[in-house]
Design a protein around this ligand. Structure first.
Ligand code: F6R
Length: 239
């Protein structure tokens, strides 16, 4: 694991530079994206670079980590909506090649189909991850088997509580999500984890210094050969 501690602004720039390198070497790379607050500065930087002609997503295929069950792509809290509004609509990516798990069809076929589509595309070249305060990656909450593929999870109360800031009330926060599994994430050739803020410090400590255990799903990243972790001072404060 390569661990880099820097300011949030520099992290966005340095992370975007890694995307530039990847796309310079492979313009049709398969990129795994994440939602949440953490990647917002990075996405803004990617938009800036794209508008400046310094990066192109024209031949990229993308797969997002997760989606709330029950929300349509048009719902303003769906992750499909988030990606279109924070990234896809502002860059030259072909929307037809962007994938977000369906929040409406969570049949076994649809879930298995997500892993099959990733495989058929050639596998994810780089997967971007944020981390939950309980160590979740994607929506793989503590206890999720490390061998899991794309599946439906019941969100923990702490995750629903953490995400209620985006909804009118906690009652509106979905109770379930469809998420890439831990194995799906681990299959990516390169992984970039970004964690910002002191409230992530315990999870980051468990991820980097703790045992590899489903109690902290992100700890499995210790077993991956190519992980870069960007931390601000707060997230790194308990290392
Ligand atoms: C988002 C995702 C989640 C978030 C995590 C952190 O697609 O899979 O694991 O990365 O919940 O969220 P933020 O960035 O809002 O703190």
């Amino acid at each position: 694991m390569q661990i880099i501690v820097d300011t949030p602004q520099n992290i966005a720039k340095r992370a975007a530079a890694i995307y530039q390198e990847i796309l310079a070497a492979k313009p049709n790379a398969i990129l795994g994206f994440a939602t949440g607050s953490t990647p917002l500065d990075l996405y803004a930087e990617l938009v800036r670079l794209n508008k400046a002609g310094e990066i192109s997503f024209k031949d990229v295929t993308s797969f997002n980590l997760d989606e709330y069950v029950g929300l349509s792509p048009e719902h303003d809290q769906s992750y499909r909506y988030f990606m279109e509004h924070n990234l896809f609509n502002h860059i030259d990516i072909d929307l037809a090649r962007t994938h977000v798990p369906s929040g409406l069809d969570v049949s076994d076929e649809a879930l298995a189909g997500y892993d099959e589509a990733i495989k058929a595309a050639g596998g994810v070249d780089m997967q971007l991850l944020g981390i939950g305060i309980n160590g979740h990656i994607g929506f793989n909450e503590p206890g999720t088997p490390l061998e899991s593929l794309t599946h439906v999870v019941t969100l923990t109360e702490s995750t629903r509580e953490a995400n209620k800031r985006f909804f009118a009330s906690i009652d509106e926060v979905p109770t379930h999500a469809a998420t890439m599994g831990i194995k799906t994430v681990m299959n990516a050739r390169k992984i970039m984890l970004i964690a910002l803020g002191e409230n992530k410090a315990d999870a980051i400590r468990a991820t980097i210094k703790g045992p590899v255990t489903p109690d902290c799903p992100a700890s499995v990243l210790q077993l991956h050969p190519d992980v870069v972790v960007f931390l601000d001072e707060g997230a790194a404060s308990k290392l």
